[in-house]
Structures are given as C-alpha cells and as structure tokens.
Design a protein around this ligand. Structure first.
Ligand code: 16G
Ligand code: MG
Length: 545
C-alpha cells in the first residue's frame, strides 16, 4: 500500500478516463494532452497526480499545470505541465504522464502511481506544490475541478490562479520558485506580471515615441482581457501607447479562434474579416492562449502583408545585436538564432549573411528551440507561426547591469539591454511581451511595418496537409528536413526539388494530428505551389502503402 491509495481510488471514481479503441492510447504531445474537452476530465485528474509526483521529485518546487487548447476551436481543451523554471515538462516525464493517463482501471492507476514513486525514488510524504490556471473555455471549470481533486488526493499544496494566459502561468511558476532568492523573477501574482512588463516597457522605450495606433486582435481568447489589464499599468504620462483591442469577446465560446487570431492569419495569409481591415493600420494577432504573435497590415497597393515569427526573430536579432555592439560586449557574448525547418529561407539568409549571426535549426515544438537557445548568451528563437522569445544567460544579464559604460552611447545601450532582459518573458514565448518588444524596436528605429518588411523579401512558400494511413511511418532526420522512412520517399522529394529554382521542400509527421505536413518554397509562387503539390502526391503514395 502506498500513501495515497485510498484517496486516489475514491477521487478517480469521480473522474473516469474515457476508454479509447483497442490499440489506441492517449499521448502527451508537443502541447500536452489536447483533445475534445469531454475526453479530458479523467486525464486532467491524472495529470494532477503526475504534477504532485514531479513536484516531490524536485524537492517540493512548484510545478504548473495549464488548461488550454490554444488556437483550437472552443470544443477542444488541453492539459500541460510546466517545470519549475517555467519551461516545458522534461521530456522523460512525458512517458510517465502517458503511463498514468493510460492506466486502464482505477486500481491500475494506483499501481502505476506507486510504481513511478518507487522507480523514481520519490518520498510520497514530502511536500508538493502545484499551481494552475486555465484559458476562457467553458470546459475549463470541470477540468480544473478534476485537477484539484488529483492534487488533493495526493496531498499537494495548490494555488488556483483562475483565468490566465499560458505565458502568465509560466511566469508565475518561475516567480514562485525564485521568490526571495537573488534570482527572483518578479512578484508572485498576476499584478506582479503586469507591473514587471509595464515598468520594463517604459524603461526600454527611454522616451522614444510610438507612432500611430496598434490594433490587436485577441482571437476572442484570454489575451483580450489580460492585455486590457496590462495597458492600465502603462503610465499615460510617460508613454503614448495607443492600442485598439479587438476580437476580445470571451463570453461567447463559439467565437473563440473563429476567423481571427494568429493561427488564422498565419495559415490563411489574410487579415481577420472582422473588424473590417483598415488600410495601413498597424495590426497584430495573438492566438487563443496568447503565446503566439503575428504582425500585419493591409497595404492600399500591395494588399495583405504579414510579419510572422521569422520576421520578429530577425528584427529582434538585428536590434539586440546592434545594442550588444554599441554596449562594447560583442566579444563577450555569443548571440545565436534558433529556427525550425519552416523558417523562410530568406530569413535564414538575412540572419546569417546580413546580420552575420549563427542559425541553428531544430525540430518543431517550442521545447526543442528553447533548449538550443539556452546554449547561447543571447538566444533568439521563434517558430514561423509566431511562437518564440529571446533568452538571456545569467552572464549576459550580469554584463548589462555591471559593465562600466565608457560613453553615454554605451550607457544607453546597456540600459536598453537590461530593460529588455525584464521585458522579454524568459520562461516561454509570450505574445503580449513579444508585442511590447516589437513596439519598442519599431520606436527605437522609428520604423513603420513597411520599413520592417523591407529588410528582406520572403521566398514564396506553400504548406499542404496530407492525410495518411499512419503518420508514424514518416520518420525524419536533420531537424525534420529529410525523411529516413519510408525508404525511397526522400529520393523522390530530392528529384522533385531539383526541378525548381532556389527550391526547398520537406515532409514531416504532425505532432498534433494524424497527418503529414509538406512545406515547399521556390523562386516564384507558382513554382512553390507546384512543388508542394508534387511532394504531397509522393507522401500520399507512400502513406497509402
Ligand atoms: C504545437 C507546438 C508548436 C508547434 C506545433 C506544430 C508548443 C507549445 N506548441 O502546437 O510549437 O509549432 O505544435 O504542430 O510546443 P504540428 O506538429 O501539428 O505541425
Ligand atoms: Mg498558443
């Protein structure tokens, strides 16, 4: 008998797991467990058990649990775990989460729980702490109740932060664990998050003026009310930040992520139809849980122009690279940029050839990029879809604060870098914090979105989703840029790519649905489309074998 057997059994009866077809399992994927909300109650309960174990394994440090399905429709939801520094759950533990969630009966659940405790040498009597939040989906209530029951059954101390953006929860986890230490990340409260960002925003701007209005589409998700709240903390007498918050209706679930939000804009390559796009207006979109950001405007002449994660990445890298040089720290700090295979080739060229910074390509998913970015003193990482942030090493943050400036220009650069260290969310990509960063950079450079878009010209590209029998047949190497299996498929892709100028294409299994994704880019739009279709046919053929 373990310590919590009786309690786990009793509570588990209230939150049963929905059995899947024979041979099918729930898996902890790139975004945790993400499914139709009515399948998630038992899962959320069991994630509570796992979060307690994880906290106990890490000496009682606080673990986070976020309930959200990001850009998915309102009927979906998701549960994911946040590690003590505010980063994603350690990969090894994804297996343990999967094991707990797939235990077929309540009794077997108790067995798996106790076995994990034994195998991982976890003292079930030691303290555990778990903090959690959810987005605005109505199903969040029920999932939070199930989660809380899991925490109570395992006697973990817990804090319910109610409705939060995903990055706010990541912030709170790190703030909780660093409270009272020299590495304190900020006040342990939602207000603490707003105060930190607002203060750093004012400091980073250093009196520079923000031009014109910014319209922010909040996907009718949690970002809407949270952005409105943040804006109250930005002192009007110091900063002229004219923000128009739109698509912030969180009371009607059916409008969540519907024809709006960062995912809509990025995949459809157009502005949300409502409110009616106003030519020339500087605009951006957050996704449903406010961890993705895309900028755009509708040009009276050339139509819709989008500035995606690659653009934010190169803008940030260029600005921070220049500041580091002005601060006289060029030889002390290693700056690098991390991208995935989806990054537009033109952005990679711009960063390596024009900015002269190293670029590393990783597999898709924030955790991979985050990990590699930690290897630099300043690691800029973004996925093209708008997920991303800039990480500063302790050495870098120290240098910004301690280096003796040799000139007023050097002091200015050091101060701005120190402010960016506070403004940019260090735990995970944060659309609201990234948006403030972009606004700071545009103000410093006195740039419009058009100036920003002029830095390089994107290669035309096309993304195609291909239904296959079993996506797991498709295995990749070289950061998902080449297929290892099925044998022969990559040779055919290579042959197809050779037919086009400046072309590149790859196919990979999705981490979030049973399908493959094909990406192609080429010198012209028609060639990119044609190549994508060709590769899609190859994948279809191999997928049907
Ligand atoms: C998840 C990932 C995202 C990635 C996407 C790819 C996190 C927090 N989210 O949403 O980074 O771009 O999956 O989806 O890591 P796919 O595997 O279906 O193409
Ligand atoms: Mg998201």
């Amino acid at each position: 008998m373990g310590n919590h057997d009786k309690e786990i059994l009793e509570a588990s009866a209230k939150h049963p797991i929905v059995p899947l077809e024979k041979g099918k399992f729930y898996t902890y994927g790139t975004a945790g467990f993400r499914l139709k909300a009515d399948l998630l109650e038992g899962i959320s309960y069991r994630v509570g058990l796992l979060a307690s174990l994880r906290s106990r394994k890490l000496n009682g440090q606080a673990i986070g649990v976020m309930i959200t399905a990001s850009h998915n429709p309102a009927a979906d939801n998701g549960v994911k775990i946040v590690d003590p520094l505010g980063d994603m759950l350690e990969q090894d533990w994804e297996r343990y989460a999967t094991a707990l969630v797939n235990a077929p009966s309540d009794e077997q659940l108790v067995q798996v729980y106790n076995r994990l405790a034994t195998d991982l040498k976890i003292d079930l009597k030691s303290p555990a702490k778990v903090i959690y939040g959810r987005d605005t989906r109505p199903s969040g209530h029920k999932l939070v109740t199930a989660l809380a029951d899991g925490l109570e059954a395992t006697k973990a101390e817990s804090v319910d932060y109610k409705i939060l953006t995903t990055p706010q929860l990541h912030y709170l986890v790190r703030a909780t664990n660093s409270e009272g230490t020299p590495l304190s990340y900020g006040k342990v409260s939602e207000v603490g998050y707003y105060e930190k960002l607002a203060e750093a925003f004012v400091r980073a701007l250093k009196g520079r003026k923000i031009n014109g209005t910014l319209q922010v589409d909040c996907a009718n998700g949690v970002g809407g009310p949270k952005l409105t709240e943040l804006l109250k903390y930005i002192p009007k007498d110091k900063v002229n930040f004219d923000v128009k918050v739109v698509n912030d209706d969180v009371l009607r679930p059916e409008v969540l992520n519907f024809e709006c939000g960062a995912d809509f804009v990025k995949t459809k390559q157009r502005a949300p139809p409502t409110p009616k796009p106003q030519p020339g207006l500087r605009s951006c979109s957050l996704d449903g849980d406010a961890d993705r950001l895309i900028y755009y405007w509708v040009d009276p002449e050339s139509g819709f122009v989008m500035l995606d994660g690659d653009r934010i990445s190169s803008l940030a890298a260029s600005f921070i690279g220049d500041l580091v040089e002005s601060a006289g720290l060029k030889d002390d700090l290693r700056i690098g940029v991390v991208q995935t295979a989806y990054a537009n080739g033109a952005s990679t060229n711009y960063i390596t050839q024009h900015l002269r910074l190293p670029v590393i390509c990783t597999p898709t998913g924030v955790k991979h990029l985050h990990h590699v970015a930690q290897g630099f003193d300043i690691g800029v990482y973004f996925e093209a879809n708008g997920h991303g942030t800039v990480l500063f090493s302790p050495d870098a943050l120290n240098a910004f604060k301690k280096k003796e400036p040799q000139s007023p220009a050097q002091k200015d650069a050091l101060d701005t870098l120190a402010a960016l260290g506070d403004l940019i969310n260090q735990t995970v990509g944060d659309a609201i914090s990234d948006m403030l960063l972009v606004e700071v950079i545009l103000a410093h450079k006195n740039w419009s979105l058009r100036d920003w878009a002029m830095t390089y010209i994107d290669l035309p590209n096309r993304l195609v989703r291909v239904e296959v029998g079993n996506k797991d047949l498709f295995q990749t190497t070289d950061a998902e840029r080449r297929l290892l299996h099925p044998e022969g498929a990559q040779d055919e892709i290579d042959q197809a790519v050779k037919k086009y100028k400046d072309a590149r294409a790859f196919a990979r299994a999705s981490g979030t649905e049973n399908a493959c994704r094909v990406y192609a880019e080429a010198a012209t739009r028609s060639e990119a489309n044609e190549l994508a279709e060709r590769v899609a046919r190859i994948i279809e053929r191999y997928g049907a074998l």
